[in-house]
Design a protein around this ligand. Structure first.
Ligand code: DX5
Ligand code: ZN
Length: 217
């Protein structure tokens, strides 16, 4: 079962609800929401008020990618805004175990993200606790960047680990995912695919349908 998580970072923010509805019509079940603080990553995107507003317009699963320093400060408020999945960066958490516990206590699913240069081994102690691992396939902060191929090895290593343990933990990939890069990712074991520019650039519904057809192959 593959899941497409369109990243609204590439959407027209003046028509966020409309673009979201088009993604849903095409068959997307998740909506990927990139929260950036201008500190963990250079850019600033949006936060709780935007997510809470959008929550009133769609029933898509809100998959919130927290690109912020010390994200534990925001777990409860991002959950209250409507997050179903909260993903924090390993690099941004001094007390990762505590933050994962906080996310689970909030009732959301817990994800942990790795920047391209951060090895999978940094998650060794918490892998069995998380619902999803997000392998960043670009350096976070901007949409429309080029896919970094060596990140495929990390996806493979994670899938091998979860298979060996009999765990059905989700493996998400984010950055430079398009109709050319998606196949090797699926083969490597990714099952939640984030796509920003490949979805919101052009005809949103048709772009989502293209991905859904690739999933059926
Ligand atoms: C990047 C964000 C991504 C971004 C992906 O820091 O986390 O979710 O929107 O954009 P594309 O698919 O255009 O690479
Ligand atoms: Zn993201």
């Amino acid at each position: 079962m593959y899941i497409l998580a369109p990243s609204v970072l590439a959407a027209d923010f003046g028509k966020l609800a409309e673009d979201t509805a088009k993604a849903r019509e095409g068959g997307a079940s998740y909506l990927h929401l990139d929260v950036m603080d201008g500190a963990f990553v250079p850019s600033i995107s949006f936060g709780m008020p935007v997510i809470a507003s959008l929550r009133g317009y769609t029933d898509l699963v809100f998959d919130v990618h927290m690109m912020v320093e010390d994200p534990g400060r925001y777990v409860e408020s991002i959950r209250a805004a409507g997050a179903d999945i909260i993903t924090v960066h390993q690099e941004a958490c001094t007390h990762l175990d505590r933050v994962i516990g906080q996310i689970k206590a909030s009732g959301a699913k817990a994800g942990v993200a790795l920047n391209p240069a951060t090895p999978v081994s940094t998650l060794e102690c918490v892998l069995d606790q998380v619902d999803m691992v997000l392998v960043m396939s670009v350096n976070p902060g901007f949409g429309g960047q080029k896919f970094i191929p060596y990140t495929l090895d990390k996806v493979r290593a994670l899938r091998q680990y979860f298979d060996r343990k009999g765990l059905s933990t989700d493996i998400q990939v984010d950055g430079g995912v398009n109709r050319d890069t998606i196949r090797p990712l699926i083969e490597a074991g990714a099952n939640v695919l984030v796509a920003g520019s490949a979805v919101f650039g052009g005809d949103v519904k048709a772009n989502v349908e293209t991905f859904m057809n690739i999933f059926k192959e």
